[in-house]
Design a protein. Structure first.
Length: 299
């Protein structure tokens, strides 16, 4: 029987909201699993179940009757995800999607980002072991590249939207994989629609492959002018280590910029490794997405 009922944790967040929208559009029955103190609102038709997200018993009760559980909790909270998987298994849930998304954490072993995101890596390792000992339980990890729209807002592409400044790293020509948040939502729905093909796999999806210079060119085609400043990846990396040593966790953005945009980084997803076409995810018009982004923010 196909997956029909899906519980989403973090359903009102940056990732959770477009995931819920995409699931509803695809015809899934969605339940939002919220903290007991939550006052968040959800789209019509979404059932809300409140639970202590650290309690195995409470989560198990909340997950009863669900075919799949999707975690979209914030990166700062991913260290507490093992109990979600344990509750999913106890409740008889067939598919669990952890809060991975973003860059592929399975490829960060030698990177400082790997240490900063080690809770994500450890959780996927945990899922692999649980799937071995519980054959009816399956999982899927999704790497979707940098969040495009969110990333433009929060500087992970080197742009400051408010001040109209772009910091071009090295040549600005390094390619990177990226997906808008609505595309991330569609990827989740596609995974759950293709249950057999995606079981116990870590998959890569990306809506676009682009560079800083390409993004800047399209922005300027639409009439949005930016002041361009050049920066060396080595200097950004050094600044990141200085922040990290001082306990400043904003260093994450510095290391993310270097990882993706340093000349020769070579981290865009390979075409042969991407699951987009296999799962029927249609590509968007890059220029149109940027134009809509500009219009929504009145830039």
């Amino acid at each position: 029987m196909a997956i029909k009922k899906v519980a989403v944790i973090g359903a009102s967040g940056n990732v959770g909201t477009p995931v819920v929208d995409a699931l509803l559009t695809a015809g899934f029955i969605v339940t939002a699993i919220a903290r007991e103190e939550s006052t968040s609102s959800y789209p019509a038709g979404v059932e809300v179940r409140k639970a202590d997200l650290s309690s195995l018993d409470a989560l198990t009760k909340a997950f009863v009757g669900q075919d799949a559980v999707v975690s979209t909790i914030a990166t700062s909270a991913v260290g507490g995800q093992n109990v979600l998987a344990d509750a999913a298994i106890a409740a008889g849930v067939r598919r669990y999607i952890p809060s991975e998304f973003g860059i592929n954490t399975r490829k960060l072993a030698s990177e400082v980002l790997g240490k900063m995101l080690q809770a994500k890596t450890a959780h996927v390792d945990y899922l692999m072991e649980k799937a071995k000992s519980h054959p009816s339980f399956t999982w899927t990890g999704l790497a979707t590249g940098l969040f495009f729209d969110w990333g433009l807002d929060f500087g992970t592409f080197g742009l400051s939207i408010k001040s109209k400044i772009i910091r071009i790293i090295d040549s600005g020509n390094e390619l990177v994989s990226t997906s808008s948040l609505p595309y991330v939502g569609r990827a989740v729905a596609a995974v759950l629609t293709h249950e057999a093909e995606t079981a116990n796999k870590y998959l890569e999806f990306a809506e676009f492959t682009t560079s800083q210079n390409q993004i800047l060119a399209i922005f300027e085609e639409t009439g949005s002018k930016f002041t361009m400043k050049n920066a060396k990846s080595a200097d950004i990396e050094q600044a990141g280590y200085s922040k990290l040593n001082a306990g400043d966790h904003s260093s994450f953005i510095d290391f993310l910029l270097v990882y993706n945009f340093r000349d020769g980084a070579g981290h865009p997803f390979k075409a042969e490794d991407k699951a987009d076409e296999i799962l029927g995810l249609s590509k968007s018009d890059f220029k149109l997405v940027i134009k809509e982004y500009i219009e929504l923010r009145s830039l």
